[in-house]
Design a protein around this ligand. Structure first.
Ligand SMILES: Nc1ncnc2c1ncn2[C@@H]1O[C@H](COP(=O)(O)OP(=O)(O)OP(=O)(O)O)[C@@H](O)[C@H]1O
Ligand SMILES: [Mg+2]
Length: 107
């Protein structure tokens, strides 16, 4: 797992992470990209993905496959420019209709 992080905003983390993932894909590796930014997830904008992840029978979210990458972003669950309110401990994940109590998992 490669973590791309910084103590400062707007320095290119998301851009780096996506390009790193695409580069590793080009090397023939099987690559997943997890955008765990809960304050301003930008992977939906960077990738153009607007759909919400489907849930499997175990209520695990299935990453969206695009550009040969398995992609998951907090931004798939909330509206753009909306931060997740962690004080809402009722298990309701953003605006996803079925995501209560679900976890990210493989298909
Ligand atoms: N190598 C680069 N050279 C110039 N501009 C860049 C570079 N990488 C990213 N940018 C631009 O900088 C801005 C911020 O990039 P990005 O969203 O990837 O940063 P971030 O660290 O993920 O930001 P945030 O903290 O908001 O999540 C974007 O407009 C992006 O196009
Ligand atoms: Mg970012």
């Amino acid at each position: 797992m490669i973590a791309v992080a910084s103590g400062k905003g707007g320095v290119g983390k998301s851009t780096t992470a996506l390009n790193l993932a695409l580069g590793l894909r080009d090397l023939g590796l099987r690559v997943g990209l997890l955008d765990a930014d809960i304050y301003g997830p930008s992977v939906p904008r960077l990738t153009g993905i607007r759909e919400k992840p489907q849930l499997n029978d175990d209520k695990k979210m299935i990453p969206i496959v695009r550009f040969g990458l398995a992609i998951m972003s907090i931004g798939f669950l909330v509206e753009e420019d909306t931060a997740i309110d962690l004080a809402r401990a009722d298990g309701d994940v953003g605006h996803h209709p079925d995501a209560a109590g679900c976890r990210v998992g493989n298909p």
